[in-house]
Design a protein. Structure first.
Length: 349
């Protein structure tokens, strides 16, 4: 053990490993010009690899912060079970963190559109899924939504609903860790931040921290285009179920389609940045924003007045593997190699 960096040991080793404050910074990686159509305009685009958190997804940060805050406030006493509404990442992260705070029984409402492998992932981590058909056009507090059902279940004394859609510990996690890291890693030179809108914790936490440091920062929120699917991200209609006042933290909204999100995720993955569909959505939202601005006013209003450089950052929430079969559904097969001797395969889907 010559090099002591990144070692977690002793009785709290795994809990420390899951604590974002006790980990090294997550990578910030600049995209090559093949993935940055604005490279010739002095635009630099950086991917913040939240998928490289110990639990493999962005939700490890809010999960840890929500559970730790409840613990520090004495709200975990007597809690036997946790119930959350989640597209998969939050509840698996919550489950793995909560076990280190003595809670083992974890249930999750999951949308009926959840991908099969994501569901298998929940079973793998020991989370009990409850499939829910989400209302198509819900109002806040709609009793048929998984968000409301999880809240209702937590009316029992020994059940806790972390409540990622209105629990301030969610955006605060991003202020504490994600945004603070991005600020340091860009030497305060970040000009544009673009993220997908799910619970909106990522966009609120980053916007709050970064705009306080640099009021000229532009925050772009990327949502799913109507009737388009991207796991972890919501459409405008589904965002009505989110309790946070996210609109005031966002300067521009971009609506992004499924196929483009999956395509850009595939391209990033093939370049060596192995990230999932919602990472593609965030990059697509950023590209749409820059393209619109360039066509309307030019990009001069952004960026450093001396160097002319425009620094953009988008977070990558998770990896592609839980959604692998979906890439073959949303991307034309001409983008994939063919299988030689396919007829010899013993196991075919
Ligand atoms: C894969 C994925 N992408 C994006 C998001 C959106 O992040 P946020 O909930 O912070 O808005 C989530 C949130 O669950 C997610 O799981």
């Amino acid at each position: 053990m010559g090099n002591r960096q990144n070692v977690f040991e002793g009785s709290s080793a795994i809990r420390d490993f899951l604590d974002p404050g006790k980990n090294t910074y997550l990578p910030l990686v600049e995209l090559p010009s093949t993935l940055n159509p604005f490279a010739g305009d002095n635009v630099r685009i950086f991917a913040k690899l939240m998928n490289m958190m110990p639990l493999g997804n962005v939700k490890a940060a809010p999960a840890f912060n929500m559970i730790e805050e409840k613990y520090l406030n004495g709200e975990l006493e007597g809690v036997r079970k946790i119930v959350e509404n989640s597209s998969g990442n939050t509840v698996s992260s919550v489950a793995l963190v909560a076990r280190h705070f003595g809670i083992n029984d974890i249930q999750s409402y999951v949308p009926s559109e959840i991908s099969w492998h994501k569901l298998l992932m929940l079973l793998f981590f020991g989370v009990e899924p409850i499939v829910n058909v989400e209302p198509e056009n819900p109002d806040e507090g709609d009793p048929n939504s998984g968000v409301s059902k999880a809240k209702k279940d937590a009316e029992q004394d020994d059940v806790l609903n972390p409540g990622q859609y209105d629990n301030q510990a969610n955006p605060r996690a991003h202020e504490r860790w994600t945004a603070a890291q991005i600020w340091d890693q860009t030497d305060g030179k970040i000009d544009v931040f673009c993220a997908g809108l799910g619970t909106t914790g990522t966009i609120i936490g980053n916007s709050r921290y970064l705009k306080a440091k640099k009021p000229s920062l532009q925050v772009v929120g990327a949502m799913r285009a109507p009737d388009n699917y991207v796991p972890g991200v919501r459409t405008e209609k589904l965002l009505k179920l989110v309790g946070f006042d996210w609109g005031k933290h966002v300067d521009t909204i971009e609506r992004v389609e499924t196929a483009l999100s999956y395509q850009l995720s595939l391209e990033m993955s093939r370049s060596g940045i192995i990230v999932g569909p919602s990472s593609g959505l965030a990059l697509a939202g950023l590209q749409q924003y820059l393209g619109d601005l360039k066509a309307r006013n030019g990009l001069d209003e952004l960026g450093d007045k001396e160097t002319g450089e425009i620094i953009c950052v988008f977070p990558c929430p998770d990896g592609p593997l839980p959604y692998l079969d979906e890439y073959f559904k949303y991307i034309d097969k001409s983008h994939f190699p063919s299988i030689q001797n396919e007829d010899l395969l013993l196991n075919k889907p």
